[in-house]
Design a protein around this ligand. Structure first.
Ligand code: HEM
Length: 426
């Protein structure tokens, strides 16, 4: 821990204590940040990260404060495209780029409440449950492609595909539309997270992203003319009354991009990490035999696996967390994954224990107004994915192997997970 360096401003003195041992982007800390984060929670639970120019927040109680006070801890400006749009690229009418548009994750206050009211119904547990058989079909079709082989890379051949195809199917895209979704999602995330890229690459990525937006906008417009049984049609039809203005095509298109970006890697990580964890803990066979345990396993996996390591908020007024004075305008990196290992809330936090009494105290889906709107879909889809694997490949094993994650301080995706099974038994 470094001595805190004070920073003065017109409105007072602020603290910038550092905890230089922790860098959320180094491969070691991506792979296993937990011991260091446990020390940080004890010694310096709120610290300044000079490289990222953000305060890191690690305690469950501080994360809860951030979630419950949306006036002080705001989302507007927290998720920006950080690569400028090169000159000479035409933006189609209605397209919000280079801004990411009025999406849920970027809106605050009344604008955010309006969007939530208009979108909640489409993502409710009962509505997404109507897509169960479609998601089951996707899961079984993916397994069909490798079941006879005796081994597969679970990440590429199952988790990533089921996540992408599910979100595309519930929104109303054809399966063939999804071929480029992976590349476009990566482009979107790179334009947000790799500000130092060269002009040629920036041009290529922005052009690709505009093509994606054009395809999404065309689907929204076609559903407005001819509604289908899908969530884009639900969003077009949403009209909660109370003078709330229905969603425009541009708002729907901006949010559809956000749903795809937010709903793909996250769910894929949960599926891969849970399969691996069940084997590490020697629990796979027991859960295959007794599916009633699955809900608790999933919640504990959400707590334990750090699907979303951390996200940002912008501080709208001078504030204080764990005794650290933070000035207005600061960017916070609130680490739900660190909060989920806080021993003040979770007994023996480093143990994977689906029977723990505090199971539902995790903040893996955030909390407060911005609580993940896709949580019911993520839970449904993951459960269908696990049951399909249990039914089709009950003897699946995870051999010893290097398990590497891509260096991403928001959602570190596994590179691969080799799984094997005896085709004569399964
Ligand atoms: C295991 C899977 C998932 C995890 C762990 C997860 C986690 C999160 C987290 C931590 C937030 C943060 C909100 C904040 O800023 O406080 C969030 C927001 C959000 N998630 Fe998810 N998510 C998952 C799946 C999905 C899916 C499948 C969708 C598809 C629609 C989705 C859509 C969204 C959206 C639109 C928001 C913004 C909500 C708002 O700001 O009001 N997520 N999610």
């Amino acid at each position: 821990m470094n001595a805190s360096s004070d920073q003065s401003s017109a409105s007072g003195n602020f603290d910038k204590p550092e905890f230089p041992e922790f860098d959320p982007l180094t491969p070691d800390h991506i792979r296993d940040p937990w011991p260091l984060l446990a020390r940080a929670r004890k010694e310096q639970p709120v610290f300044w990260m000079p490289k990222l120019q953000m305060y890191c927040i690690t305690k469950h109680s501080d994360v809860r404060i951030i979630h419950s006070d949306a006036e002080t801890f705001t989302n507007g400006g927290a998720n920006l495209m950080r690569v400028p749009l090169p000159e000479g690229i035409d933006i189609p009418e209605g397209c919000p780029f280079p801004s990411v548009g009025e999406s849920l994750a970027n809106a605050d206050g009344a604008a955010h409440l309006r969007l939530r009211k208009l979108m909640q119904g489409a993502f409710s547990r009962s509505r997404v449950a109507q897509f169960s058989s479609q998601i089951e079909e996707i899961a079984h079709e993916l397994i069909d492609a490798f079941a006879d082989r005796g081994s597969a890379d679970l990440v590429e051949e199952f988790s990533n595909k089921i996540a992408m195809q599910t979100i595309a199917a519930v929104l109303g895209f054809k399966k063939s539309d999804t071929d480029s979704f992976r590349a476009w999602t990566d482009q979107f995330l790179n334009l947000m997270g790799s500000p130092e890229m060269g002009e040629d690459e920036a041009r290529e990525l922005w052009t690709g992203l505009i093509d994606w937006w054009t395809q999404i906008d065309a689907l929204v417009k076609s559903r407005r003319k001819e509604p289908g049984d899908d969530l884009i049609s639900d969003l077009i039809a949403a009209n909660p009354g109370d003078g709330i203005e229905p969603l425009s095509d541009a708002e729907i298109a901006a949010n559809v991009i956000a749903f795809i970006v937010a709903g793909t890697d996250t769910t894929a990580i949960l599926i891969t990490q849970t399969v691996r964890r069940l084997h590490i803990e020697g629990m796979w066979d027991a859960v295959v035999q007794d599916r009633a345990q699955l809900d608790n396993v999933m919640e504990e996996s959400l707590r334990f696996c750090g699907v979303v390591r951390g996200l940002n908020r912008v501080v709208a007024k001078d504030t204080e967390l764990s005794g650290v004075k933070i000035p207005k305008g600061s960017v916070l990196y609130w680490m739900g994954s660190a909060a989920n290992r806080d021993k003040e809330v979770f007994d023996e936090p480093e143990k994977f224990n689906p029977a723990r009494p505090s199971l539902h105290e995790h903040v893996a889906f955030s909390g407060g107004r911005h609580f993940c709107i896709g949580a019911p879909l993520a839970r449904l889809e993951s459960k269908i994915a696990f049951n399909a694997l249990f039914d089709r490949l009950p003897h699946l094993t995870v051999p010893d192997q290097e398990f590497e994650l891509y260096p991403n301080f928001i959602t570190p995706t596994p590179k691969r997970l080799l799984v094997e099974w005896d085709v004569t038994k399964s």
